[in-house]
Write a protein that binds this ligand. Structure first.
Ligand code: SF4
Length: 385
């Protein structure tokens, strides 16, 4: 298979040049990291405040902090769930929005080929892999795209924005994967240049143990590099294939593995996540990770139709922490709720009632409920060492 070099970073660099090149930063915030493969995101840091700014494709129907001609701009404080932006933070976002408005015309809009329907696996070479996200935390994605292909996956639009910047043809989510074929080599260089810390694998745009990992073992290679570099991995997956690497994970001083378990009902799972492992396989794998001494957690995300008390009883003995969140892609997911025979669950009221039972049940069993960012804290992991 022919290898391709990822070019999206070069294109977005042109947009962000004043921020990437200026010393000191024109925003008076330190640029900690930036990413261009799930839309465009920037992490800025000042003191102990971490500001996450994300550019998504412009969509006037969606709430956001500000809009430019091409983007919705979203902004929030990382590691401080629900805390509103202060004056200085709002000023930094406004400055960034002004910069994007003045430069977005430089961002290419290459023609895209007509939408393709078949599957595509590309082997790509990347220049960087490890993305710092403040507070001694990092993330990395061994792949872009996910053949598990959940129809509600939040990553679909963001990844399509990034693919559009490279002129790649639109493809249905779940029908393409870019394999970062040189990931381990790049990471080996990066771990020498960064302080050891906590590395999330993978936060959103891929599952690190999707079926292609059997063939390519990119995640496994990255784990070997992280272990040798003294980093702490936090893995989130829907796939029992992680058990293949149990020995490797157990050889870290600390490693965390979590499973997405959005329901206790496998018939619901089969409607919403037909390409993913059955619920029983995930809970069994979670139990084996727990028994192996790993720090284990669960993500009930998005909370699907379920018997919440039963799910608590199944998971609570196996995890230290749990994250609960709602379905964000409701319009796209509505046909799935209808096919599963539970359209009433596609409502904020369903989520509120279900989350309340889950939270009460987990809290009563001593399981920590984490916010969107501080999973590492909930798992008793530390920052840079
Ligand atoms: S497994 Fe995760 S990354 Fe893959 S499609 Fe489903 S939600 Fe998206």
């Amino acid at each position: 298979m022919e290898r391709t070099r990822r070019e999206v970073d070069d294109r977005v660099r042109e947009l962000l040049a004043p921020l990437l090149d200026a010393r000191p930063s024109p925003l008076q915030w330190r640029l900690v990291g930036w990413d261009a493969e799930q839309g465009i995101s920037l992490t800025l840091e000042r003191g102990d405040r971490v500001l996450l700014i994300e550019l998504e494709a412009r969509d006037d129907e969606r709430d956001c902090h500000a809009r430019t001609a091409r983007f919705n701009v979203c902004a929030r404080l990382a590691f401080r769930e629900g805390e509103p932006l202060g004056d200085g933070e709002r000023r930094a976002v406004e400055q960034l929005v002004a910069m994007v408005r003045s430069r977005e015309g430089r961002l290419p809009e290459p023609p895209r080929a007509a939408a393709a329907s078949g599957s595509e696996v590309r082997e790509i070479e990347v220049d960087r892999l490890l993305i710092p996200e403040g507070n001694g935390h990092y993330y990395l994605n061994p792949y872009v795209g996910c053949m598990i292909g959940c129809a509600f996956c939040y990553a679909a639009e963001r990844v399509d924005l990034s693919r559009g910047l490279e002129g790649l043809a639109p493809r249905p989510w779940g029908r393409f994967v870019d394999v970062k074929i040189n990931a381990a080599d790049v990471l080996r260089r990066e771990v020498r240049a960064h302080r050891p810390g906590i590395v999330r694998i993978s936060p959103i745009i891929t599952d690190p143990y999707q079926p292609l990992e059997r063939r390519y073992a990119i995640t496994r290679q990255c784990l070997e590099v992280l272990r040798d570099g003294g980093f702490t991995p936090v893995i989130l997956t829907r796939a029992a294939l992680v058990l293949r690497d149990l020995d490797l994970l157990a050889s870290f001083p600390i490693a965390a593995v979590g499973f997405s378990v959005p329901t206790d009902d496998d018939r619901v799972r089969a409607q919403f996540e037909p390409g993913a492992d059955p619920i029983a396989a995930r809970i069994d794998a979670l139990a084996r990770c727990h028994a192996a001494g790993l720090r284990t957690f669960a993500a009930i995300q998005p909370a699907l139709p379920m018997d919440p008390a039963r799910l608590v009883a199944q998971i609570a003995p196996l995890v230290r922490a749990v994250r609960i969140d709602r379905m964000y892609a409701l319009p796209r997911a509505l046909p799935l709720y209808e096919a599963a025979g539970c359209p009433e669950a596609a409502t904020p009221e369903f989520f509120a009632a279900t989350a309340s039972v889950l939270r009460e049940g987990f809290a009563a069993r001593g399981v920590t409920l984490d916010g969107p960012d501080d999973l590492a804290g909930a798992l008793g992991l530390t920052g840079p060492r």
